[in-house]
Design a protein around this ligand. Structure first.
Ligand code: PLP
Length: 401
């Protein structure tokens, strides 16, 4: 990574760690054999995939034959929802999810609604948590599947996954979790947590892009999404992305080893950043504080300004950040997650997401704290809303973190 820029968008994607890249390289040049062929080189690639499957299974406390490689997180989310819905439609047509899921889940649910399925979108509280009692009440005898994300990509909320898993198991409903933000960052045990299906993507934990996996518990009935050859035990067709899969396995092994120490470091830096930014008047932290927040996530709204203009000024100072989710930038609608936690449109528009990761140093945080207050002030000085506010001062309540 170039150290002239400060990258604070790790929830959008991460760089590929050198140790991961080195492990991948031989499978791009020396060992390129098709794992389905029968010559010696194919056995090498077959074994490499097998080893990666073992690394993933170990990280999740799953069995090796429950891990299926995909072309990323979105594909695994699509597969989980469509595959379960269509394979089990004789049992019912109801799916339960939340209002704050990634679009890979929400847009898939909309597609299923057009195809005869009914979807309940659970609301969340002001910190982004679903209420397990509301989930319990939403389950009917038509419910096939519950899909609740492990951790939110915008505001960092870690959902009560163990409780949700227990309820689903008790009610005999399948439970899928989009764990793309969580895998490699927080400890996950699919057996203990009663998770039936789980989505992960390598590029969110320092592996390559375009490769992910779906964990499918043994015995769960699911249709294929990609039809064709017999790869992935006949469940996901297509010649394997060998280098990508090797990179995914290695990246997850590394992330699991480093998780505890790295999280201590990130929590310290995150808290320092939140504390510093909270000194800016009319700012508000979105998402919970403390242990139920992703270690590297900071999401703050600054009233009276536009998130997008903040990003441009930060960019000109060498800081890469995001205003909510990367998938929604380019649209004028405020983030569906910020609206779901109850923020009014005009405040949601002034949101800034800074996500820290392995390349983040304390100097980076100090630099952000040095330049950001000035940027906010500069934008407010240009804002008609701010001028109006100054005239009406006293009428509005001050937000505090
Ligand atoms: C990034 C992300 C996805 C999509 O994963 P891709 O690998 O980009 O397809 C899905 N869900 C969440 C929560 C994410 O953060």
């Amino acid at each position: 990574m170039s150290n002239t820029r400060i990258y604070l968008d790790h929830s959008a994607t991460t760089y590929t760690k050198p140790q991961v890249f080195e492990e991948m390289l031989p499978y791009l040049n020396t060992y390129f054999g098709n794992p389905s062929s029968i010559y010696e080189m194919s056995r090498v690639t077959e074994n490499a995939i097998d080893h990666a499957r073992e690394q993933v299974a170990k990280a999740l406390n799953a069995n090796k034959d429950e891990i299926y490689f995909t072309g990323g997180g979105s594909e695994a989310d699509n597969w989980a929802l469509k595959g379960i819905a269509f394979a089990n439609k004789h049992r019912g047509n109801h799916i339960i999810t939340t209002k704050i899921e990634h679009h890979a889940i929400l847009h898939t649910c909309e597609f299923l609604e057009k195809n005869g399925f009914e979807v309940t979108y659970l609301p969340v509280d002001s910190d982004g948590f679903i209420n397990p009692d509301e989930l319990r009440q939403a389950i009917t005898d038509k419910t096939l599947l519950v899909s609740v994300m492990f951790a939110n990509n915008e505001i960092g909320t870690i959902e009560p996954i163990q409780e949700i898993g227990n309820i689903c198991r008790e009610k005999k409903v399948l439970f899928h979790t989009d764990a793309v933000q969580a895998v490699g960052h927080i400890a996950i045990d699919v057996k203990a947590m009663n998770i039936d299906l789980l989505t992960l993507a390598a590029h969110k934990f320092y592996g390559p892009k375009g490769v992910g996996a779906l964990y499918i518990r043994r015995g769960v009935k699911i249709d294929s999404l990609i039809h064709g050859g017999g790869q992935e035990r006949g469940k996901r067709a297509g010649t394997e992305n060998i280098a990508g899969i090797v990179g995914l396995g290695k990246a997850l092994e590394l992330a699991t080893e480093e998780m505890e120490t790295e999280n201590d470091r990130l929590v310290y830096l995150r808290n320092k950043l939140i504390k510093g930014l909270s000194c800016i008047p009319y700012s508000k932290l979105n998402g919970p504080s403390g242990a139920k927040r992703m270690p590297g996530n900071v999401n703050i709204c600054f009233e009276f300004i536009e998130g997008e203009s903040m990003l441009l000024l930060l960019d000109s100072k060498g800081i890469s950040a995001s205003s909510g989710s990367a998938c929604t930038s380019g649209s004028l609608d405020p983030s569906h997650v910020l609206l779901a936690i109850g923020l009014p449109h005009e405040i949601a528009h002034g949101s800034l997401r800074l996500t820290l990761g392995s390349a983040t140093t304390e100097e980076d945080i100090d630099y952000v704290l040095k330049v950001l207050p000035g940027i906010v002030q500069r934008l407010r000085d240009m804002s008609p809303l701010w001028k109006k506010h100054l005239q009406e001062q006293g009428a509005m309540k001050k937000y505090a973190i």
